[in-house]
Every structure is written in structure tokens, then in C-alpha cells.
Design a protein around this ligand. Sequence first.
Ligand code: PHE
Length: 341
Amino acid sequence: MIDQLTAIQQTSLAALQSVTGKEALEAWRVEYLGKKSPLMTILGDLGKLSKEERPAIGKRGNEVKVLLEKAYADKVEALRKAELQHSLTAGALDVTLPGRPIVRGRLHPATQTLREIYAIWAEMGFQVYRARDVETDEYNFELLNIPKHHPARDMWDTFYTTTPNVILRTHTSPGQIHAMREYCPQPIRVILPGMCYRYEQISASKEIQFNQVEGLAVGKNVRMTDLIGTLAEFVRRIFGPERTARFRASYFPFTEPSMEVDVDCIVCGGQGCAVCKYTGWLEIAGSGMVHPIVLRNGGYDPSIYSGFAFGMGPERIAMLKHGITDIRYFWQNDLRFLGQF
Ligand code: PHE
């Protein structure tokens, strides 16, 4: 029986050698350490042996059992390690591989330019005042000294809604009236940014929707020289010190006197080229001293108060800064264009 135990030990350990998986190991355990295994049968039947035989066989039987249990435990551990190793190499993650780039969103070029414009005016003490896109004929025209049938209305043809006298604003100037009526009689220094709409033939230089940034300063002793100095400083800050501003007499019904602001052409430096239509200058804003009638419509007495106003086109400014030659790019949503800013 001692020999039998030795044989059990040898065959079972040999069998364990060739076990490579969890299921085979469990089968091995049942076969060699299970209740019905030869070893357990011998140990279970010890009582049937004679007193002389029992101690030696019991001792040897237990030795084999301890040995097998230890071998089993070692195998469990070895399999666990092998499995871990396998999953490390099989599902290998190459941490040295560069990550996939995340495509980041960014601000629209018009928004970027708007924010630059806000920052410059903020430094000069102008607050942003928001006014509505949908206006009445009264605010868009009448209160700005553009009565019905005035020929100046031709410059601002717009979209009419089905509600009589409710239109999409053609410029940010109606915001002047809103701001004045809200702040009167306090002094005002605001910019009014936002989308404007016009009934236009769309072309490289004209869109049916575009941003404007209106400016309005009202107070005592606000003068034309303040307007010129302020705009000249704006031009220096947005385009750089090497640019020159030119002020040219013009006409707007809501300002008197009126002038337009030009910047020497960024492309040709004033020599004359296709972009500036060979004038050497590019127009960026309309401006002037607030007309007495408009001041009065805003609630201010024109004999005490005066003011200046301007309206500039951020897309125009962005075009000049970046050399964009077609205004239609702005609202085409073409990522090849937008991704460049
Ligand atoms: N509202 C004018 C325009 O659209 C611009 C302007 C604003 C002119 C303020 C003078 C003063 O064209």
C-alpha cells in the first residue's frame, strides 16, 4: 500500500505537469484529491486496516495529500500569473504611441474680430449695449431723421415682416435711440454690436446679413475733434501704428456733420490695387455728430448736449486684417475657411 501511495504521488504530479488550463486543473483536482480519488479512498479506509499497518500508511498518505495540495496551490498561482502575462501581451497597449489629436472648436473669425473691437472700445470707456435685431420702422428710420419717402431710405432697403412696420434692422443705429431713452439725461459712452440685414444683391463685398458695431457718446462738450481722435486711436489699435486713417465728408440723415472713415489699403499700402479699387483707401466706418433732431428724439436737449456716433463693419475689418477677399465666406460655414482662424 505504501508503494501504491508512492505511485499515486508520481502519477498525479506527472499529470499536473501537463495541466495548462483552469478546467484541466479542476479535473485534476477531482481526479487526485476528490472524495472518490484513490488517495482519499485509502485515507478514508484507514479504519479498516490493522493496528500495525495504520500508523505508517496514515503518515505516508497524509504526506502525499499535503504534497498534492501544495502542488495544486502552486499550480493555481502559476496559472494565474500566466493568465496575467497573457492578457498583458495579448491586449498590449503601446503607451508610447502618440494620442489621436482632438479637433478643437474655435471662435468664428467675425466673433474674434468683434471681441477685439469690444476690447479696444472697453479700454476707451465704452460699454456694450445690446439692442434688438427686429425693429420698427419708427426706430430704424423715423427717429433717426429718415422720414418715409426720404431718398436716403434707398441706401437701407430691408426685409419686411408680415406685421406692418416691423422690419429687420438695416443698421445698428436704432440702438442709439434705445440707449438714449434709457440713459437720458446721463452721459453715454456705449458700443452697440449686432447683426444687421439688408435687401442686397449678394456679391464679394455685399451680404444680406452682417455685423455692425455702432458707437455712441453723448454728453456736454462732446466735439468733432473727440470723434476724430477716438476713431484715429481705434484704427491704430486694431490695424497697428503703421496704418493711417482718413476722414472724408459724407452724408447720413442722423449725423451732422457726417464723415466716412477710411484706412490706407492694407494690401498695397496706398499705392492702389484691385482690393481698394485703385483708390489706395478702404472704407471701414460711417460717423458724425449726432443730429440735433436725433438727440431730441432720444430725450436730450441739443442746446445743452452733443454727441458723436459711428457705425463700423467687423467683417470688413476682419477682411482687411486677414486679407479675405470675399465677404460671402463668413456665413458659408465652410470649414476650410473657418479652420484658418
Ligand atoms: N448706420 C450707418 C450705416 O449703416 C453708419 C453710421 C452710424 C453713420 C452712425 C453715422 C453714424 O451705414
